[in-house]
Design a binder for this molecule. Structure first.
Ligand SMILES: [Cu+2]
Length: 162
């Protein structure tokens, strides 16, 4: 008898607490960076990075980077690139900087996140400046070939969120 009397009101209390917690979480979320998930995996023709779209809204993102590949990777994003640059031109710049040349004027790193095989890590990426961006992984494979020459490279444009 005693337990039943206590148990019944508790059933009504628990959903109310749940609603309150949900409300608090929603308020906290409003000030948090936008979450975005990127995955790298292997294919017969190289590494596949999914998905960084050609157009990205300006924002600060908390990027999750899941590594489903057999090698370690770091997703590096750089901004301030020349508009209309091609992927080959971007790779040439990376080669030059890797060989000791200064980075192109105005270029900046927007963020980087490292993940070993099987890991999924998060880092903040600041793409609040509109313009031409690129992403790449500079880690070499077992034969010394850099990952950005095995498919881990791409370009995207950051546009003002409408
Ligand atoms: Cu890599």
């Amino acid at each position: 008898m005693q337990i039943r009397k206590l148990a019944r009101p508790l059933l009504f209390v628990i959903p109310a607490v749940g609603a309150l917690l949900f409300g608090l979480v929603s308020i906290v979320d409003a000030g948090q960076p936008t979450k975005y998930q990127v995955t790298v995996s292997d294919s017969s023709s190289g590494f596949v990075v999914e998905t960084i779209p050609p157009l990205v809204a300006d924002d600060i993102y908390k990027v999750g980077f899941a590594n489903n590949s057999v090698e370690s990777h770091v997703l590096v994003v750089v901004g301030g690139l020349q508009p209309g640059i091609t992927e080959d031109e971007f790779a040439d710049i990376l080669d030059a900087v890797g060989a000791g040349a200064p980075p192109p004027e105005g270029a900046f790193e927007a963020g980087a996140v490292f993940a070993k095989p099987g890991q999924d890590h998060q880092k903040l990426f600041d793409v609040t400046t509109t313009g031409q961006y690129g992403f790449f992984c500079p880690i070499p494979g077992p034969d010394g070939t850099l990952h950005y020459k095995q498919g881990f490279i791409g370009l995207f444009t950051v546009v003002e969120f409408p």
